[in-house]
Write a protein that binds this ligand. Structure first.
Ligand code: TYM
Length: 331
């Protein structure tokens, strides 16, 4: 059976981008594959190094994984920092990751721009740690959104380079995976780029947002003055709203508003109202379970312990093999 690995940084609440880009695939994949889903708390230190927030953020992601329907009996759910084999593999992989290729990574360049006062080496080697996360279980499928595609390419590069260097075929090639035809990119509500945690609260709809908050955010989404010609191309601000609708609404709802747009009869207020209600419906099952799960501390700690045990069994096997391949011997 093929092995699947994926993770989400513990930098706060999960939004619809995380849900549709990643978590929904996790929930489906757990029935078909040997799955490892983790909370990337080491990764969060590259941007969010505040001790007071760390544990709460890890808990938030754990709770939302469970609320979304990941079954800890089927999939292995664990916290990255519970698995010391990951940083050890990261160290080995760092020995053949080159400065030039790391500097060219789009996510690194973005971070150099957005946090120019803190361009730390962890940011630079972020793709190496991510490769270690994946290769530690020798995974072949990695459910992620579109923004992670380049990281997957780098994970293949590092795995292949290790294989060449040590004349082995130890690491298989991991590929980004989605049940949809293409990798998903969920736009934000601000009419610019993708939905993301760092683009401001109003840009993202979180799984834990109440119906009132969702309505407010959607009603405030940026629009334009309306179409002036029949069948005209939609500008980004509008096509973003339609993309969101495609994900959360029924097909005929989407075509109803699309037709109105094409006939220049659309009223954005109506579209937003519908979009908000459909978002509320689509997220209801997850939202309704969040509080119950969050207040069940013994359950959370049982899940994390069980997950750490299963993940370590797999990780330590890989690491022993890797040490052997590299040539480490005990005295
Ligand atoms: P992160 O924490 O930024 O995002 C977690 C997952 O959510 C997806 N995602 C989106 N998908 C579609 N549209 C969006 N607007 C959107 N925003 C976020 C991301 O593609 C991702 O799948 N580097 C990773 C975490 C990571 C990881 C790994 C993933 C660390 N190690 C190993 C897979 C395997 C990250 O920062 O994702």
């Amino acid at each position: 059976m093929e092995t699947v690995v994926s993770g989400i940084r513990s930098t706060g609440k999960l939004h619809l981008g995380n849900y549709y880009g990643a978590v929904q695939n996790f929930v489906k994949m757990q029935h078909e594959f040997n799955c490892f889903f983790f909370i990337a708390d080491y990764h969060s230190l590259t941007t969010h190094p505040t001790p007071a927030d760390l544990h709460g953020n890890v808990k938030q992601v754990l709770v939302e994984y469970l609320a979304a329907g990941i079954d800890p009996e089927r999939a292995t759910i664990y916290v990255q920092s519970d698995i010391p084999e990951i940083p050890e593999l990261y160290l080995f992989l760092n020995m053949n990751a080159y400065l030039g290729e790391l500097e060219r990574s789009t996510s690194f360049k973005d971070k150099v721009r957005s946090q120019s006062d803190n361009v730390n080496a962890g940011l630079l080697t972020y793709p190496v740690l991510m490769a270690a996360d994946i290769l530690i279980h020798r995974a072949t499928k990695v459910p992620v959104g579109k923004d992670q595609e380049q990281h997957l390419e780098m994970a293949r590069t590092f795995g292949n380079r290790f294989n060449r260097m040590y004349n082995t075929e130890y690491f298989p090639e991991p590929y980004a995976f989605s049940f949809t035809d293409n990798l998903v990119k969920i736009p934000g509500l601000d009419g610019k780029g993708k939905m993301g945690k760092s683009e401001g609260e109003a840009n993202a709809v979180f799984l834990s947002d109440s119906p009132e908050v969702i309505r407010k955010k959607v009603m405030k989404a940026v629009t334009d003055a309306g179409p002036t010609e029949e069948n005209q191309q939609k500008p980004d601000v509008i096509s973003n709203l339609f993309s969101l609708m495609k994900v959360v609404s029924a097909e005929d709802t989407y075509s109803y508003f699309d037709d109105l747009y094409n006939k220049c009869q659309i009223r954005y207020g109506d579209l937003k109202k519908q979009l908000a209600e459909d978002m509320i419906l689509a997220t209801a099952p997850v939202r309704e379970r969040i509080n119950d799960i969050a207040s069940n501390a013994p359950y959370l700690s049982k899940v994390a312990r069980l997950g750490a045990e299963k993940a370590r069994a797999s990780a330590s096997k890989t690491l022993n093999d890797v040490r052997e391949i590299i040539g480490f011997r005990h005295f």
